[in-house]
Design a protein around this ligand. Structure first.
Ligand SMILES: Nc1ncnc2c1ncn2[C@@H]1O[C@H](COP(=O)(O)OP(=O)(O)OP(=O)(O)O)[C@@H](O)[C@H]1O
Ligand SMILES: [Mg+2]
Length: 342
């Protein structure tokens, strides 16, 4: 049995978890900063670092206590070292280094995006199989990857501009909804007509796996303006009162989902994947999962919504397979804000 303590502070959640054998969650504690950042309508990096500093030790203590774990029973300390906000990553990486040194435990630096893929191993009825195509859709990334074994990735494509989650957040603001925008757009879209507005899908060149959402975002902005909103000055209340928010949200969501589903399903087919796995905050979107599941010829896996968004259990899960393969980081581990998945 291998028990790994995972730490995640790459963006706006301070999270610590203990996971057994890469799949069994013994504790999974998340201190969210959503209320702090909602006031500004986005994540404020300086505030995020300070909030991580305040939250990290209580979060660690709670994770140890709720797993009934003491240090003698833990095999390694894993931490997200990139990608993410530099000042936020520094908090987790330094705490992890301090703990690994003081407790004489192996240290593993983990890629946050790899963590989003490994959320699919947590509490899974059936563990994912290789080769797999992974669609990582989050606030900062939209990556399509092919993995033929643990830790062996090839990035097939990515967004050329906005990440999918970023597009959800920006469009939510245009419609007068709050932050983070993804869940609010999904809720508003439930009562909306996805065919009312024909928003564009950017298919780019025929041979690319990349996606692009900036044209879609601009089309929604123009749509909102055409409906009589002063897009520079209108308050959220004016937007909500004047706009057909449900239909706009449903039509926007349909465009994002159509592009992501088309790319992911085709990649799984072309590369002969045995599984298509989703991860990242946008994977919490049930319309995305439903559409991909309907269109794919292979089994589609997606973590429960709470494990799609940032957490430390996924970091401990990813670390387990690297730990088992003999990988270790040294105390020289540093943050890598722009670390790619492959
Ligand atoms: N139900 C949903 N539908 C669509 N988008 C969603 C949903 N729930 C969350 N999101 C989006 O997911 C994003 C947050 O995901 P996540 O926590 O994985 O991102 P991040 O960690 O900030 O970015 P990254 O993982 O790229 O560093 C936000 O943009 C949010 O709007
Ligand atoms: Mg994330």
């Amino acid at each position: 049995m291998t028990r790994i303590l995972g730490i995640e502070t790459s963006c706006d959640e301070t999270a610590v978890a203990i996971v057994r054998d890469g799949c069994d969650i013994e504790s999974n504690v998340i201190a969210s900063q959503i209320d702090l950042h909602a006031r500004y309508g986005g994540v404020m990096p300086e505030q995020a670092s300070r909030a991580h500093l305040r939250a990290i030790l209580p979060t660690l203590e709670e994770a140890l206590a709720s797993a009934h774990a003491d240090w003698s029973s833990l095999d390694a300390v894993a931490v997200t070292h990139g990608p993410g906000l530099a000042g936020a990553l520094l908090v987790g990486v330094n705490v992890a280094k301090g703990l690994a040194f003081a407790q004489k435990k192996p240290l593993l630096g983990i890629n946050h995006l790899e963590g989003h893929v490994y959320a699919n191993w947590l509490d899974a009825v059936e563990a994912p199989d290789f080769p797999l195509v992974g669609l990582i859709v989050s606030g900062g990334h939209t990556d399509l990857v092919l993995a033929d074994a643990h830790g062996r990735y090839r990035r097939l494509g990515r967004t050329r501009d906005d990440a999918a989650g970023e597009a959800f957040d920006k469009v939510a603001r245009m419609l007068g909804l709050g932050f983070p925008g993804g869940p609010l757009i999904e809720r508003a879209a439930q009562d909306g007509d996805p065919l009312r507005f024909r928003f564009p899908r950017a298919w780019l060149e025929p041979d690319t796996w990349d996606v692009s959402f900036s044209g879609l975002k601009t089309a929604v902005l123009h749509g909102v303006r055409d409906l009589g909103i002063d897009t520079d000055h209108a308050t959220p209340q004016e937007r909500l009162a004047k706009l057909p928010v449900a239909d706009l949200a449903a039509s926007f969501q349909a465009a994002v989902v159509d592009v992501l589903a088309t790319r992911a399903v085709r990649a799984a087919r072309v590369f002969g994947a045995s599984r298509l796995v989703l991860g990242g905050g946008v994977a919490a979107n049930r319309t995305l999962l439903k559409t991909i599941s309907e269109r794919a010829d292979v089994q589609v896996l997606c973590p429960p919504p709470a494990l799609c968004t940032d957490n430390a259990a996924m970091i401990a899960a990813a670390a387990y397979f690297r730990f088992r393969a003999g990988e270790r980081s040294t105390l020289a581990l540093d943050v890598e804000p722009n670390l790619p998945i492959a």
